[in-house]
Design a protein around this ligand. Structure first.
Ligand SMILES: CC(C)(COP(=O)(O)OP(=O)(O)OC[C@H]1O[C@@H](n2cnc3c(N)ncnc32)[C@H](O)[C@@H]1OP(=O)(O)O)[C@@H](O)C(=O)NCCC(=O)NCCS
Length: 171
């Protein structure tokens, strides 16, 4: 049986571990300053997934006007496909959902795993941003979810690709 996973608010003290994962996981990692900025926003939801005292994943979601923007989700390389990404997103919806709440994100067209994950939570593709990612000019898939969608990731995930880059959003 896997050790228990604790989902809690991401704190400034977590940032060294976050940056280490960020550099392992992404070709264009966020800077420390970008995480500090997101953590400083009182309206945002930033979560840490911790197992046996080690940070194994994180999620950053900002609120812009009336819409939640899922900016970043990552799980460390050796902790994938154990439900940690799903648990982080479920907790986001538990904290953020309410009547009429809407969520959006951008994800690389080539990131099939992340797209499948998001589709499982009711996100649906709604257009593209051409050349959104600076490193390889890859297009982003824009996805949206309304709060009426499922919150447990159990609606039959399927799909194609995932993560963002021209702006800071990359989930
Ligand atoms: C995307 C990511 C956050 C998923 O985290 P995770 O903890 O491995 O995801 P889960 O274990 O909760 O997966 C839930 C479901 O999502 C789908 N999924 C997740 N990763 C997948 C992959 N690589 N390929 C296909 N489906 C995938 C599956 O349906 C999976 O269910 P299953 O394992 O029962 O088949 C993780 O792979 C990651 O950090 N990737 C690099 C960063 C990234 O691309 N972030 C998203 C864009 S910002």
């Amino acid at each position: 049986m896997s050790p228990p996973l604790d989902i809690r608010r991401l704190s400034y003290a977590d940032l060294p571990q976050v940056i280490a994962i960020e550099r392992r996981v992404f070709p264009t990692p966020w800077s420390l300053a970008m995480f500090v900025l997101e953590l400083s926003k009182p309206s945002g939801i930033c979560l840490a997934a911790v197992r046996e005292g080690r940070l194994v994943g994180y999620l950053v979601c900002s609120r812009y006007d009336t819409v939640w923007h899922l900016m970043n989700v990552a799980v460390d390389l050796d902790a994938r496909r154990e439900g940690i990404g799903s648990t982080l997103i479920s907790e986001l919806f538990r904290r953020g959902d309410g009547p009429g709440e809407r969520y959006t994100l951008e994800v690389r067209m080539s990131n099939g795993g992340a797209i499948s994950l998001y589709e499982g939570f009711g996100f649906r593709g709604a257009g593209h941003r051409r050349g959104y990612y600076h490193d390889n000019r890859e297009d982003a898939l824009i996805m949206w979810r309304s709060a009426a969608g499922p919150v447990d990731g159990s609606n039959g995930a399927s799909g194609s690709a995932g993560r963002a880059g021209s702006s800071s959003a990359r989930a």
